[in-house]
Structure formats: C-alpha cells, structure tokens
Design a binder for this molecule. Structure first.
Ligand code: NI
Length: 256
C-alpha cells in the first residue's frame, strides 16, 4: 500500500472529477492520502475531505505565500482544529523567497508562530522551503525543530544541506521531480539519504512524474516515483513501498 504524504485535492484542478478520482485510489494501491492545507480556505476543504473519505487525513497550516493576510484568530482556529482525530500535522509552513510577496519578515513571523503552534499541539510539521535555505535552517535551529519533528516537503536543496535536516531528525518528501531529466541533484540526494527517512509525496496537482510531466498529477502516479527510487537505491519497488509506508506512519503518528 502506497501512502501519499502530501497532496492538495482541495485544488480547483480537481473540481470536475474529485469524487471519482478519490474513489479510484484504493483500487490503484494508494491506501492513505494526507491532504495538506495551504490557505485558510484550503484548510477548511481539507477538513471536509477528511470527514468524507476514511483514507484521507489532513495537515492544517498556512503556506508562506498565503501568509500575507493571516491573523492571530486564524492561528487560534487552526490550533482548535489540530485536535481533530485525523489531523496528523501542522503544514505546510515555511519560507518561499521565489516570490517577493509577502515580505520576508512577514513570512518569518508566521513560520515561527506555526512552529510554536505545532510544539503546543504536539504534532509534526510539514516544511515548505524554496530559495530560502539559510533562513529556514536558522529558524528551525532557533525554534529547536528537532524536538517537533516533521518532513521537508519537495526537498530541493543540496546533499550537504540534507545532512543538517537529517541531524534534526527530519524526513524528506520525494516526488515527481526525481524522475525529471534535469533532476540530477535530487537523484544524488536520494542516493545519499538513508532509506528510513524517505517518504513519498505527489504535491498533486503539481509536479507530475515522467511520463506525465506538465500534466495534472494524482497519487496513482506515485508508482513512477517508486520505480525511480528503486533504481537509485538498488531495491525492488515492493521494498520501496513497504519502507516508505512504514516511514509515513513514523512521521505522522496519528495516521492509522
Ligand atoms: Ni504542497
């Protein structure tokens, strides 16, 4: 059974066929999906998906790009809903310097705030970090993220920096990028990572693996990511599925 540790089925890309698609997952070998909140609206839809489908779990949090309008009362709302049985993590949270907005100081403020929230509710975090390696590591160290735990989603940095996150006890979300022809850097990271720190993720509807690159992604396509990791690691696809599934349960202790 495959576990997709990071997907966005609330996205409007799924409005046409969401129910049909989700109902096909278990038949295709995808046993659990964690839908990740990004905005307040996405968090509300995540809760609806958790309630509707027994194999869908959720993470609640605000993506740095969506943190511009965030308020303390929104944080209180997230905190209250983290107590839901099927809310397994706080996320996705972090820093994204690819875009100029919101201001870096604002992104940092809400990243710190949501790390503290995760500590308070005793849930792991889902980290989003793009073009912001140094500040991400600095904040995680200052906030003692090693005591919170979690996953660096869609890991895009170097092998050298991977060691820093490994030392903090973090998992690595590996998805479609590992199948890309220009995904050499990530292939090297996957080769380097211990097998017990890798979890599978799609980031659906984004980052579909080859041969679907550029098309809408969904969790059934993870078999292509599994095959690529198996090749890199010299293991069988079945071994990759078994290990990453166990890792997903270790990463998200509330996932059953
Ligand atoms: Ni995401």
């Amino acid at each position: 059974m495959i576990i997709d540790t990071h997907a966005h089925y609330d996205d409007k890309a799924f409005d046409e066929d969401r129910a049909e698609l989700l109902q096909s997952m278990q038949g295709a070998g995808v046993g659990r999906i964690v839908n990740i909140g990004s905005s307040l609206g996405a968090c509300k839809q995540t809760i609806q998906l958790m309630e509707k489908y027994d194999f869908v779990y959720g993470a609640l949090g605000i993506h740095p790009t969506d943190s511009g309008e965030l308020t303390e009362s929104d944080i209180e709302w997230i905190k209250d809903n983290c107590t839901l049985d099927k809310c397994v993590a706080v996320g996705e949270i972090g820093l994204d310097y690819y875009w100029d907005e919101p201001d870096r100081a604002i992104q940092k403020k809400w990243f710190v705030c949501q790390l503290e929230l995760a500590r308070e509710v005793k849930l792991p975090v889902v980290i989003h970090s793009r073009d912001a390696a140094q500040d991400t590591v600095e904040i995680m160290k200052a906030e003692h993220a090693q005591d919170i735990g979690g996953v660096v989603h869609c890991y895009s940095y170097s092998k050298e920096l991977a060691k820093t996150f490994l030392d903090m006890g973090f998992y690595f979300g590996i998805g479609g990028v590992v199948t890309f022809n220009n995904g050499r850097k990530l292939k090297e990271v996957v080769e380097y990572l211990p097998m017990d720190r890798i979890v599978l993720e799609t980031d659906s509807p984004y980052l579909a693996p080859v041969p679907y690159r550029g098309k809408r992604n969904d969790s059934r396509k993870l078999t292509h990511v599994v095959e690529q990791i198996a090749t890199i690691k010299g293991l069988t696809p079945e071994e990759i599925i078994q290990t990453t599934t166990q890792n997903a349960y270790n990463l998200y202790p509330k996932l059953k």
